[in-house]
Design a protein around this ligand. Sequence first.
Ligand code: CP
Length: 331
Amino acid sequence: MSAMNSNDLPDPMNLQLTPQGGLHHLLSLRGLERRLLSEILDQSEAYLSPLGDAPVRTNLLTGRTIANLFFEPSTRTRASFELAAKRLGADVLNLDVNTSSRKKGESILDTIYTLQAMQIDIFVVRDASAGVPAYIVDNVAPHISILNAGEADISHPTQGLLDLLTIRQCKGSFENLTVTIVGDIAHSRVARSAAEGLTTMGVGELRLVSPPALAPDPALMPQAVIMHDLDKGLRGADVVMALRIQRERIDDVQGIPGVEEYYARYGISHERMKLAAPDAIVMHPGPMNRGIEIESSLADSPQSVITRQVTNGVAVRMAILAAVMESRQSR
Ligand code: CP
């Protein structure tokens, strides 16, 4: 399939829910109700145990098979989906894309059909092209679920959920919060999913701060305040999320600051965090570039919840795998 832009994409709302309102596929947080997001966050909490204890395990997915298809690099998302599936008792296939027959020209659908014939129940898909997860949904057997693990600059719904969970744990609720996301908003699927989830959960104020060349299309994030001055964006913020520049998605670097200028103007530091609320938390989806979008010692400080985000990622992915298998009973 050829790359699509955001306006050509099918509405994920029409694809991801069963007629009974259960989760069949997870393509986007857009259009998912607050009730459903809250249920997923609550279930995620049930899959957490203190670090150092044995992780929570169940046999909910025993006899089921999950295939991880990552056509873009990943550390956190891929590892956490694998751990999540194993902790639910499933078999896991991690397709090594570099040694798969896609390198010999096999299409993504033929790859899916081949693995579908091996009784895969859930495909976890990351791809650099917009529209791939929905395209697979349109063509896959109806008993199968597709989970979007990162789609171009469009959507990263499980990242959005783990960010919501982390914020809820630290702040209790969303209504009175000011959340500031800083960095390459234009190319960030993390920012898109966070904005969609936070808006649904009723966040008080969402600020998106970036250099002008990396600002989002306002139509894509109508509830957000788009800003270019970091100091103003940080003032009184309860949650500050730093993002890396997605250089792999940028063809024209015109107007994008170099590393030193970027850190000086948009880097999150201890000094700058004095502008935020005294109990503000610092987030980053990873992978992070220390000394570019975030001061290295801030990333490791008590204010940082970056490793907590990672821990929550496994729990959220367990909750999603469980939810799509549960909805299968009623499909
Ligand atoms: N946050 C995130 O998607 O990280 P990975 O690219 O390592 O999966």
